[in-house]
Structures are given as structure tokens and as C-alpha cells.
Design a protein around this ligand. Sequence first.
Ligand code: FE
Ligand code: FE
Ligand code: ZN
Length: 277
Amino acid sequence: MLNIGCHLSIAKGYTQMGYDARSIQANTFQYFSRNPRGSQTRALDLADIALLQHILDQDHFAPLLAHAPYTMNPCSADSGLRELAAKMMAEDLERLEYLPGQYYNFHPGSHVGQGVDVAIAMIADQLNEVLKPESTAWVLLETMSGKGSEVGSRFEELRAIIDRVKNNDKLGVCLDTCHVYSAGYDIVNQLDAVLSEFDRVIGLDRLKAIHLNDSLTPFNSHKDRHACIGDGSLGFDAIVRFINHPKLRHLPFYLETPNENPGYADEIKRLRAAFVE
Ligand code: FE
Ligand code: FE
Ligand code: ZN
């Protein structure tokens, strides 16, 4: 079975996301751990979380993916902003333990002129500070497009971060199809070669989740503009080959396409129909 969902709004609480996912035939979803452009978090409502857990158990959902806010930059040049990033991640991971065994995705950060090596050390420092061995969550570094001074558009950069983290047994990667294609990994024409490269550099055992997006911009453009499935430079056929690939088909896929829930429902339906059971 294809494990697929999309980005859902947490505005009406955790349980509502479970209902929304059910209504669009999703068996997983992604949501923001807190305000994506700020840092505020929701009041903790344990009854709401427990009800969602019940839905997840009943319907055998694949792991959910909590996405850290875009404003979180572990390699900011400002030490106050780095401290804020570490505090947000620590709090998010603490809260994630109310829904055990799930995934937490973050953008490694932007080095803002300090250089990739300095940034990699800062990102690893943050992870060494906040990752707890007893945590049940997997923390995932997202593959980035390389726009601006983004870190993480090369597999080698992600490997370098992982290597510097002491407690890295639950540190993995979320591959974003739009981002890697924009970063110069040709998953349309050379998918096997890209996956071999991922395996050689990082190890496919660390690949835990896929952000499934088409791209508005061409191959190797170093832009980050998501398109609906089939409407971009990847195209529907390449995306169908991707979800059916023997090394990928077991993973959870999260759509981050420019859609409201009815549009997501349509994409999920088309992708489920194209998945070879
Ligand atoms: Fe992201
Ligand atoms: Fe993404
Ligand atoms: Zn993106």
C-alpha cells in the first residue's frame, strides 16, 4: 500500500487533522510544529492529541511528519537566533513524545555568508545539544534546493552533519523531490544513479521520508518553487516511477504542492491509482 498524505493545517487542532486526512484518503500527513513564520506554539491539549493517536492506531497511519518553522536557522550568524533555534527544536521534540515514534523535519539552515563548513559545525552543535538518546522520534534533515546560502543541497553536506552528531542513530533525511531536482540530482532521467549516490554518501537506511512535489523551475535551477503533481518539470510519469521504485515504495510520501485539501485529495487519488500493489 502506498503511504501518502499531504501538508495539513493544524489550526483546528490535532484531531481535526486526523479527520481531514481520512476524508482525503491519506494515511499520513505533515503539519507545522508551530507557527511556520514565527515561533509561537499551541497550548498543549492532551485530550486532542490522544484522540488523534486513536485515529492513527485505528487506521494504521504511517508516521506523521512535524515540520519545524522556516524561521528556525541553526546556523544563523546571530548567536541569539541560534539559541532560539535550539530552544524551539528541543521544545518541539519534547512535545513530539506525546505522539511517539514519529518524524521531525527541519531545514538545516542558511549559512548567511559564514561558509558551509562553519554552518555544518553549528548545525551539528545544535543537534548534539538537543537530541536525547531516549527520544522515540526520528529527526530528519531536509534536502534543500540550494537557493541563497542554504546548506543541505549536496548529499555530502548532510553526511558531514550526521558524522559530527554523537547521538545520530535516529538522525535521518527527508528527500524533497522538487529540491533535489533543482539542486542538480536528475531524478527524472537518472533515478537509479541518484539513489546509488545517496546510498554511497549517506546510506539509504537513513532515508525515512519523501516530500513529493513537482517543480515549477527547470533541472539544476537552484530555485525552490513547488508545482502540483504533473504540472512541473518533473512530470507525472517520473513521479509515478519514483513512488514505485523498489528502494522508495515503502517510504511515507508527503505532498507539499500548492493545493487546498480538495486538490490534495485529487493528487492522492491519482497517485494511489498509479501505484503498483
Ligand atoms: Fe521543508
Ligand atoms: Fe519540502
Ligand atoms: Zn521547498
